[in-house]
Design a protein around this ligand. Structure first.
Ligand code: ZN
Length: 137
């Protein structure tokens, strides 16, 4: 259970699915229109490629759809339970969806990559080599 929480926490923070250390996106500002989707080629920490194959993130569109549905359905149920008008729901949902759309874009890519990449503990290897001193053979 702890490993699952750790994985979810790394996912929400958009970290590498393999090492949970490095950020998956180059720029922190997700509202920058041109830089929002820029990802490093590989993880600096573990070497995991962030684009495993060309066109890999086409599948992330389905993740994005599911995430918007996960946002829409509870909001719609809350609208019915609180007896709000549909116009209020529609306007507030569009505003909220526009605000969170850059994050959902990134999160959908992260979720899709998390489906295919498992976590691995990164162990630092210390290799001790016996080298002769100067003058020794
Ligand atoms: Zn990594």
């Amino acid at each position: 259970m702890n490993a699952m929480i750790q994985r979810l926490w790394a996912l929400v923070r958009l970290r590498c699915p393999k090492c949970y250390q490095e950020k998956m996106f180059t720029y922190n500002n997700m509202y920058s229109w041109r830089k929002s989707d820029v990802m490093p080629v590989t993880c600096k920490c573990c070497g995991q490629p962030f684009t495993p194959e060309p066109g890999f993130y086409y599948g992330a569109m389905y993740m994005s759809y599911a995430l918007y549905a996960a946002l829409f359905i509870p909001a719609f149920i809350a609208t019915i339970l609180m007896d709000l008008s549909y116009e209020v729901f529609y306007i507030s949902f569009v505003c909220i969806a526009l605000l969170v759309s850059p994050y959902i874009f990134r999160l959908s890519r992260a979720v899709y990559l998390y489906f295919f990449v498992d976590h691995e503990e990164i162990h630092t290897k210390i290799v001790l080599t016996k080298q002769p001193f100067a003058g020794q053979k």
